[in-house]
Design a protein around this ligand. Structure first.
Ligand code: CA
Length: 171
């Protein structure tokens, strides 16, 4: 399962202890780098301080509704979000998608299904750029050279164009 050298960073938001630790162990075993949050507030704080490639979000949280947390996420962040919830009501599902969820999985779910859906989301979305990447990453348009942490990297012109496109992508 470890397709990439860089581990995908996952934020797992779940208030039920047992489910949280089981899911965390499952993802850890599959080579993901997992951070956890048990409240909506701590999830928002985690997202503020770090960059994640994917968020798994429970809807019934002790402090605030997961849908409200999702809307907050979306104010300034395009990180993919998979909702995992016991709520089976169609209204909640539609509401979740309207607020920017990428997928919706109903509890109880098969661990394999969660992993498969995570893979789809991660394939669709290129890995998030780490914060402060600007200091580490320098692109010289004229010489078509990339400097990575002080070391020069030779690139083909196609690689360079791709890199340039990625670097100038909004956000
Ligand atoms: Ca819950």
């Amino acid at each position: 399962m470890k397709r990439q050298a860089e581990k995908n960073r996952i934020l797992l938001v779940e208030d039920e202890e047992q489910l949280l630790s089981l899911t965390e162990a499952l993802l850890d075993e599959r080579g993901y780098q997992v951070s956890t949050a048990q409240t909506g507030q701590s999830a928002l704080e985690a997202l503020e301080c770090s960059t994640f490639d994917l968020v798994i979000l429970d809807l019934n949280l002790p402090d605030r509704d997961g849908l409200e947390v999702l809307s907050k996420f979306r104010e300034g962040n395009q990180v993919p979000v998979i909702i995992v919830s016991a709520r089976t009501d169609g209204k909640d599902r539609i509401d979740a998608f309207d607020r920017g969820a990428d997928d919706y999985l109903t509890k109880p779910f098969l661990p394999k299904e969660l992993l498969a859906r995570m893979n789809v989301c991660l394939r669709r979305n290129p890995p998030a750029k780490p914060k402060k990447s600007g200091e580490f990453f320098k692109i010289d348009d004229e010489s078509q050279r990339l400097t990575l942490g002080g070391t020069q990297v030779e690139l083909t012109s196609r690689e360079f164009s791709l890199l340039q496109a990625l670097a100038t992508e909004p956000g």
